[in-house]
Design a protein around this ligand. Structure first.
Ligand code: UDP
Length: 251
C-alpha cells in the first residue's frame, strides 16, 4: 500500500465508482453556521485526488449547516415547507463545493432533485452516469426532492441508482461508528466492522434508519470515516482499512 498522501500515485484503486456523503456539518469546519471555505477547499482537494486516480466520484451534500426542516417544524412551521427549505440549503452547499472543485481543476456537474435550471442540471440518472464515465464529479443536490426524507436517504438511493460500489460516509471529528456518541460518552467503544442489521438494531449513528435499511436490502457497503484526516478518502479508495465498515457480512 503506497503513501496515502501520494496524489494519484502508485496505489491502485479498489473501487471504480463511489458515492461520498458529505453532511452540512462536514463543510462547516469550526464555524457555528454555514460553510467554511477552507474546509470546503480541503474536501475538494481530496475528491480531486481520488478522481485523478480514475475513480468515478459522485457526491451527495447535506444542508444541516444551513437549515434543518425538523427544527423549523418544531418551531411551528409546516414540516414539508421546512423540508423544502432544507433541500434548497443543500443546493447552496453543492454550488460552493462545485466552485471549489473547479478551482482545484476538477470537472463537475451539479444535478438537483428540485428543478432550478439556471444553476444546476435536473437529476437525470443516465446523464449522471455518463458524466461519471467521462470523469466528471457529479454533485447531487436537493436530497431526494421529497420532504420527510434526509440526504442520507438520498445518498443510499443515488448510490444504488448509479451502481456505486460503496458509500463513503464522512464524519466530523470521530473515527467511525461507536457503541455510543464518543463526544458525549468517553467510554464509548469504537466498532470496526458491523452488519447493517446490527447497526439498525443497536440504533448506532451510521445514517438514519430509512437510509440504512435501503443499504441493507441492497447489500451496499458503507465506509464511515473521519473527515478530519485529509488522506482518508484516498486510503479507503485504495483498499486500506479506515474507520468502520458496515456490510452484509459484517467483516
Ligand atoms: N431534506 C428533505 N428531503 C431530502 C433531503 C433533505 O426534506 O430528501 C431536508 C430536511 O429538512 C433536512 C434538510 O433538508 O433536515 C437538510 O438535509 P440533512 O438534514 O439530511 O443534511 P445533513 O444532516 O446531511 O447536513
Amino acid at each position: 500500500m503506497a503513501a496515502a498522501g501520494d496524489p494519484a500515485g502508485t496505489d491502485t484503486a479498489v473501487f471504480s465508482r463511489i458515492l461520498l456523503k458529505l453532511s452540512g456539518e462536514a463543510l462547516m469546519g469550526e464555524l457555528e453556521y454555514g460553510g467554511d471555505p477552507n474546509r470546503i477547499a480541503a474536501v475538494a482537494k481530496q475528491i480531486k485526488r481520488v478522481s485523478d486516480r480514475g475513480v468515478e466520484v459522485a457526491v451527495v451534500v447535506g444542508g444541516g449547516n444551513i437549515y434543518r426542516g425538523l427544527a423549523s417544524a418544531a418551531a411551528g412551521m409546516d414540516r414539508a415547507t421546512g423540508d423544502y427549505m432544507g433541500m434548497l440549503a443543500t443546493v447552496l452547499n453543492a454550488l460552493a463545493l462545485q466552485d471549489s472543485l473547479e478551482k482545484h481543476g476538477a470537472r463537475t456537474r451539479v444535478q438537483s432533485a428540485i428543478t432550478i435550471s439556471e444553476v444546476a442540471e435536473p437529476y437525470i440518472r443516465r446523464r449522471a452516469m455518463r458524466h461519471l464515465e467521462k470523469g466528471r464529479v457529479v454533485i447531487f443536490a436537493a436530497g431526494t426532492g421529497n420532504p420527510f426524507f434526509t440526504t442520507d436517504t438520498a445518498a443510499a438511493l443515488r448510490a444504488l441508482e448509479i451502481h456505486a460500489e460503496a458509500i463513503l460516509m464522512a464524519k466530523n471529528g470521530v473515527e467511525g461508528v461507536y457503541t455510543a456518541d464518543p463526544r458525549k460518552e468517553p467510554d464509548a467503544q469504537f466498532i470496526s466492522t458491523i452488519t447493517h442489521r446490527e447497526a439498525i438494531e443497536r440504533q448506532l449513528t451510521v445514517m438514519d434508519v430509512t437510509a440504512l435499511s435501503l443499504c441493507m436490502d441492497n447489500k451496499l457497503p458503507i465506509h464511515v470515516f473521519n473527515m478530519d484526516d485529509e488522506a482518508n478518502i484516498d486510503r479507503i479508495v485504495c483498499g486500506e482499512r479506515v474507520g468502520t465498515v458496515v456490510s452484509t457480512s459484517g467483516q
